[in-house]
Ligand binder design. Structure first.
Ligand SMILES: *Cc1c(COP(=O)(O)O)cnc(C)c1O
Length: 353
């Protein structure tokens, strides 16, 4: 497809969207004067303080460049090289991080847990963790959960507490991949602490890039003991930004006035609108419950080709056989309505079903 046929906005990914105004304004403000390098600056101090405040308890915060770095280094803080990390079989750490977690843990193995709609249950977790108990297999040591999940679903606070209680019984520390934590908080209408520290999470990868930042994710420790040497780990991995204030200042812009939740709630509402428009169409089947900012739809190959031909971009391979329609902070109701109208048109009168 030629780029001139592309629309200005589409449903490819929430990180196709640009920088939101609040984040941009904070970048500009941080650019006014000189400030100390490597995170010893007022913007980073304020961002750390705001993250503790938003999450409802004191925590230790380390900014890194990407979600892959956040997840990999957080898990490395929990594991030795001979350990196992339980995660969902479709987890980002398993399918989209090029063995980053295995690399940064020096060899810990991801142990896959099945489960419907991108979620696992305590039973499924326990069964997977107890599969083996001998020296010839890695010793289970960590649980990595994702909230919102790769399928756009959410764990309720009670579901999370049940999973982390099972994890404790199994001797596992708990990591939460929160690349879309904002969307989960907005969807559940809970205090952010209820699905993180209070729910038994030890370390959180807190992402806002998909929600409007340019770059920079936060590794957040609720247990200071786990954070003790993390500064060295981050530096060694090449994840300590010299001009760290340009990663941290946008967090201040996003968290200070609640922009992060406004943007997430908007993206969620666009996905709800999209699902409502697509659901009545015979040519479309919605694959998973729509709870946050994504709709997974099954459509016949000619329909997909016709929509791509009309300049709509979206993925068809995660997971295979479904179209992933991702809404972002800048998706408009007009974008959604035009897309639904196009689906209706290309499938009208049995033209393509
Ligand atoms: C996008 C995403 C990440 C982070 O990916 P990077 O490209 O490394 O920033 C992590 N986890 C999940 C669930 C994601 O969707």
């Amino acid at each position: 497809m030629k780029s001139e046929h592309r629309r200005p906005r589409h449903f490819g990914s929430d990180n196709y969207a640009g920088i939101c105004p609040e984040a941009f304004a904070a970048l500009t403000a941080a650019n006014a004067d000189h400030a100390t390098s490597y995170g010893d600056d007022p913007w980073t101090a304020r961002a750390n303080q705001l993250i503790s405040q938003v999450l409802g308890r004191p925590c230790e915060v380390f900014f890194v460049f990407s979600g892959t770095a956040a997840n990999s280094l957080a898990l490395a803080a929990l594991c030795q090289s001979y350990h196992g990390i339980l995660c969902h079989q479709h987890a980002h750490v398993e399918v989209a991080e090029c063995s980053g977690p295995e690399f940064f843990t020096n060899g810990a193995k991801l142990l896959l847990v099945p489960g419907e709609d991108g979620k696992m249950t305590p039973d499924e977790l326990a069964r997977s963790a107890r599969r083996r108990d001998d020296v010839h297999y890695p010793r289970p040591k960590a649980l990595s959960l994702t909230q919102a999940t790769e399928m756009g679903t959410v764990y309720t606070p009670a579901e999370l507490r049940a999973l982390t209680a099972t994890a404790r019984e199994l001797g596992l520390r708990v990591h939460l991949d929160g690349a879309r934590l904002a969307n989960a908080v907005a969807a559940l209408g809970v205090a952010p602490g209820e699905i993180t520290g209070e729910a038994g999470v030890d370390v959180l990868s807190f992402g806002l890039t998909k929600n409007g930042l340019a770059v920079g994710e936060a590794v957040v420790f609720f247990d200071p003991e786990l954070a003790r040497d993390f500064g060295y780990r981050r530096k060694q991995a090449g994840q300590l930004a010299s001009k760290l204030r340009f990663l941290s200042a946008p967090w201040v812009g996003m968290l200070e006035d609640g922009a992060w939740l406004r943007h997430a709630a908007h993206a969620n509402s666009m996905a709800a609108r999209l699902a409502a428009g697509l659901r009545p169409l015979a040519a479309v089947e919605i694959a998973f419950p729509v709870q946050t900012n994504v709709v997974f739809a099954r459509m016949a190959e000619p329909v997909v080709a016709a929509l791509h031909g009309r300049g709509w971009h979206f993925y068809t391979h995660v997971p295979p056989g479904t179209c992933r329609l991702m809404c972002s902070w800048d998706t408009t109701a007009g974008d959604v309505d035009e897309f639904v109208a196009d689906v209706r048109e290309v499938t009208a009168d049995g033209a393509i079903i």
